[in-house]
Design a protein around this ligand. Structure first.
Ligand code: AMP
Ligand code: GLY
Length: 429
């Protein structure tokens, strides 16, 4: 079977790595991919091929698909989903995995998600949606200024500003709605009450009728140790996150997914793909702070090494509405991913720095270095993005997985390398 993966980050390298292990896959492309995706080989020995088409160039991707006839296309990032890549491919007769444009609104519009959650009784923050900055500020004031102000649309994971008092909240509203810091994504804002608690990532594979919950994971969004510094795309993850027993996780899953599935049925939303709720475990129960409509990055890097199923079978079952018969199987190992970033990220940073030590790191037992922002130049692997690598390790305990991930991270170097030293620390406390 021929498979095309869209995207170029660490998530996509992990997807390619896992798909390449399937005996069903004979050819594998990644558009556009990174230096790491191009180093993978399918079980039948075919090298994975990067295709130089951006993941949001729908015309270019369709032309490629018409030429090469992939049997399955797997969408990694949110942008092509929001642009409607799924219906474009389906209309041309191709099987593609991911939610259609309407279903992808769970991520592409926070106002859509918030309205859906409130109408269908999904536990979430007290909130309001506004197109007028004066009304938004008035609502912030009713929360004492302690709130999250969120641009409605896609903003590269950056459209959320947290405020601790009225002045900060007013500034946040102005930044998004008046100064248009996130462009047209900020034409409307969702203001949520500020929630306290432990934040976890949930993932559920869905087929339009059924949702299969993954184990827990926890991301580390801030750039610096101790959750200091700016918000990033994610500086590291681990799974499982030991804040819920299996029974509690099942219960949290039911509280969120049962009304979500019923709401989708009532509203005629056919969600086939990955639902990723960001959840705050508050004193008054779990609350969804946002939905994403794709695999998390770097959550994928810790989920897929633990997944024992054939990923091709799972994604086909999701796309074809057959998930009810499928059982997800997970390794009892813990898994930790430490992101190695370029100095300055998430602000400006240099590119093209030669990366040393990749082979030594990958040779350590229970280690896989997933590439994110990397490229090949003159036969060398160089940095090409803010998040360069996701050094991932698995072991029977979280402590051992954490130690092994850092042992591997320590043998990798490039000029300006920057990473957090406290990934998984909350889970070990
Ligand atoms: P989001 O992109 O919506 O996940 O928001 C980015 C980050 O802001 C989240 O990972 C949380 O750490 C934080 N955040 C978002 N909403 C809230 C909220 N209502 N209360 C507290 N923190 C929040
Ligand atoms: N882990 C953060 C994200 O994928 O949005």
């Amino acid at each position: 079977m021929k498979v095309l993966v869209l995207g170029s980050g660490g998530r996509e390298h992990a997807l390619v790595w896992k798909l390449a292990q399937s005996p069903a896959v004979s050819r594998l492309w990644c558009a556009p991919g990174n230096a790491g995706t191009a180093m993978e080989v399918t079980r039948s020995g075919a090298p994975v091929v990067n295709v130089a088409i951006p993941a949001d160039d729908l015309d270019g991707l369709l032309a490629f698909a018409r030429r090469e006839q992939p049997d399955l296309t797997v969408v990694g990032p949110d942008n092509p989903l929001a642009l409607g890549v799924v219906e474009r491919f389906q209309a041309a007769g191709f099987t593609i995995w991911g939610p259609n444009q309407r279903a992808a609104q769970f991520e592409s519009s926070k106002a859509f998600s918030q309205d859906f959650m409130e109408r269908h009784g999904i536990p979430t923050a007290k909130s309001g949606t506004f197109a007028d900055p004066v009304a938004a500020k008035r609502f912030c004031a009713t929360l004492g200024g302690r709130c999250a102000v969120k641009a409605d649309g896609l903003a590269l994971g950056k459209g959320v500003l947290l405020a601790g008092n009225a002045a900060e909240a007013e500034r946040a509203v102005d930044e998004i709605m008046v100064d248009k810091a996130f462009g047209s994504a900020g034409a409307r804002v969702v203001v949520q009450e500020f929630l306290e608690g432990m934040e976890i990532s949930l993932h559920a594979l869905c087929d339009g009728k059924t949702a299969k919950l993954f184990p827990t994971a926890q991301d580390h969004k801030r750039a610096l140790d101790g959750d200091q510094g700016l918000n990033t795309g994610g500086m590291g993850t681990y799974s499982p996150a030991p804040f819920l027993t299996d029974a509690e996780l099942a219960d949290v899953g039911r509280q969120i997914l049962n009304p979500w599935l019923a709401g989708c049925a009532a509203d005629g939303i056919d969600f086939r793909g990955l639902l990723y709720p960001g959840v705050m475990l508050t004193k008054s129960g779990p609350k969804v702070i946002e939905f994403n409509a794709r695999f998390g990055d770097p959550e994928t890097q810790v989920y897929l090494p633990r997944l024992e199923n054939d990923l091709v079978e799972l994604l086909l079952a999701s796309a074809e509405g057959r998930l009810a018969d499928v059982e997800l199987k997970w390794s009892p190992n813990a898994c930790v991913c430490v992101v190695l970033a370029s100095g300055g990220y998430p602000g400006s940073y240099a590119k093209g720095k030669v990366i040393h030590g990749l082979d030594q790191a990958n040779a350590l037992p229970g280690v896989k270095v997933f590439h994110a922002g990397t490229a090949t130049k003159d036969g060398q692997t160089v940095t090409s993005g803010g998040r360069g690598l996701g050094v991932t390790a698995w072991a029977p305990t979280l402590r051992a997985a954490r130690d092994q991930a850092y042992a591997a991270a320590n043998v990798i170097c490039f000029e300006g390398i920057q990473y957090r030293r406290d990934i998984a620390a909350k889970g070990l406390r």
